[in-house]
Design a protein around this ligand. Structure first.
Ligand SMILES: *[C@@H]1O[C@H](CO)[C@@H](O)[C@H](O)[C@H]1NC(C)=O
Ligand SMILES: *[C@@H]1O[C@H](CO)[C@@H](O)[C@H](O)[C@H]1NC(C)=O
Length: 473
């Protein structure tokens, strides 16, 4: 009798709360079920010298799978040119650690090749099947308001942009807008976004609101590189087997994944605790030693990061269910040398060159490739410098293009202007590509200084007409 009265009293309170406050239905949804876990995993590069991004993504799939997520709820984007690459010393196999097992087996090929693109990524995230193009699996995040969504993206990036294999860019503004749209449509209870890329902080800095249930962490702040790891030349135990010639992973990425793999119950670790572990490792134990470390960052709803466990997003391996009393172990950060994301291709071509026998066509080809990459870089750098000089004069141009906005401010005021300036640049000067993406901040600064599309087009064509003459002579 007493129980029934309590029950009715509670019911009355709930009805009152429902009438009085809009927050109640959300709280109620927490009670009946945990919701479904979804994961979107994307590697934005291709080419054997970018081995590590697809290796990271395959590894992340194995984590989700072991945690109990179903393949219906895990959506993988990868170019899928690594396992079968003629350069791969272990055909059909991908590893993400020097002594690691295969992480490729079983990975669903939802979106591969040219289907790895901005349109499909946003369509999948938004759960919009009719917006998909190409021949992918058609899986999308068809999630509801009690679900948890995990997004992991590993690639090259630049200020305000993330790469795709096709040399198109995902702009920060469009990504954050998609998250807002998903939130407004009741598409999740919480969403965690893990991002590995150079200048990855710039994707969320000053853009990601703290009240849309999104918690994001990034490999780097808004103005620094992120790092490849397990690279040729690393210390013993950290270097890949000698036949690999390429980095096997990325520092931030292997930090969160090796932490998630640790044999303990993922209910016992919050997202924020994992962030702290990752931050230690990417900062070389907080020393931020030059030339191998970055500032891992967190953005968005930080309360969510503190309150939600890894389990909410990654599930947990039943084999570790009894380990929830185990204290959180911080894995020993390694003294890996690491390689700047943007230089990992150089490391690969240099290794190729160094290791091929004197006088062979392989050696000549590796040398030609290395020189080609270096001269292309020099041309991109000098064309951007010249554009600055033509617009503002040499000294002022260097100042305007090199400016970095204070933390908390977005990279650009007008993202449509930025897109048009990038298009103008690429029309006259060729693709920015993986290396050139670092100049997007300079192009954003041109917009922020109020230079119009027309002036930009004129100056770009001037700057790169000269460049074409040099290139063809
Ligand atoms: C899904 O995408 C299609 C094609 O781009 C678009 O016309 C439609 O409005 C989108 N649907 C929703 C619900 O956003
Ligand atoms: C970080 O600290 C651990 C010991 O706590 C040490 O073994 C490791 O070498 C250090 N790493 C760096 C990069 O300093």
């Amino acid at each position: 009798m007493a129980n029934r009265r309590l029950c009715c009293l509670l019911f009355g309170v709930q009805v009152l709360a429902a009438v009085a406050g809009a927050r109640w239905p959300q709280d109620f949804l927490r009670l009946p079920s945990e919701g479904t876990r979804w994961a979107v995993l994307l590697a934005g590069s291709n080419g054997y010298y970018n081995y590590r991004h697809q290796a990271d993504v395959c590894h992340s799939y194995q984590i989700m799978k072991k945690g109990g997520l179903k393949d219906d709820n895990i959506i993988v984007f990868m170019y899928d040119d690594i396992a079968s690459s003629p350069d791969n010393p272990r055909p059909g196999v991908i590893i993400n650690h020097p002594a690691g097992a295969d992480v490729y087996a079983g990975v669903p090929k939802d979106y591969t090749g040219a289907d790895v693109n901005v349109n499909n990524f946003l369509a999948v995230l938004l759960g919009n099947r009719s917006a998909l193009t190409g021949g992918g699996s058609g899986k999308v995040v068809a999630s509801g308001p009690s679900d948890h969504v995990f997004v992991y993206y590993s690639d090259h990036g630049g200020p305000g942009v993330l790469g795709m294999p096709s040399d198109e860019y995902l702009y920060a503004k469009d990504l954050v807008q998609a998250l807002k749209t998903k939130h407004a449509a009741g598409g999740y209870r919480s969403l965690a976004f893990y991002l590995e890329a150079c200048e990855s902080g710039s994707i969320f800095e000053g853009l990601l609101p703290d009240d849309i249930g999104v918690y994001a962490t990034t490999a780097a702040n808004a103005e620094e590189s992120s790092w490849g790891t397990y690279c040729p030349g690393d210390a013993d135990g950290q270097a890949p087997p000698p036949e690999f010639d390429t980095c096997l992973g990325d520092l931030y990425s292997v930090a969160w994944m090796e932490d998630s793999d640790a044999p303990r119950d993922r209910r016992a670790e919050s997202l924020e605790q994992q962030y702290e572990v990752v931050k230690d490792r990417t900062s070389a134990n907080g020393t931020y030693s030059a030339g191998s470390s970055s500032h891992a960052m967190q953005y968005g709803d930080l309360r969510l990061g503190a309150a939600e466990s890894l389990y909410q997003f990654m599930g947990t391996d039943p084999a570790n269910d009894d380990d929830d009393k185990q204290p959180l172990l911080h894995p020993t950060p390694t003294s890996s040398k690491s390689v700047n994301q943007r230089d990992a291709d150089l490391v690969h071509f240099w290794q190729r060159y160094r290791r091929s026998a004197e006088g062979t066509p392989q050696k000549a080809e590796a040398r030609a490739r290395l020189l080609q990459v270096l001269s292309r870089r020099a041309r991109v750098d000098s064309s951007v410098e010249l554009i600055g000089a033509l617009l503002f004069g040499a000294e002022e141009g260097a100042r305007v293009l090199g400016a970095v906005r204070p933390a908390g401010q977005p990279l650009a005021d007008d993202w449509d202007c930025l897109k048009s300036v990038v298009r103008a640049y690429e029309r006259h000067c060729g693709p920015l590509a993986q290396y050139g993406m670092k100049h997007v901040r300079s192009l954003a600064n041109i917009c922020n200084a109020g230079v119009g599309e027309e002036a930009m087009a004129k100056v770009t064509s001037q700057a790169c007409a000269a460049d074409r003459i040099v290139a063809s002579s």
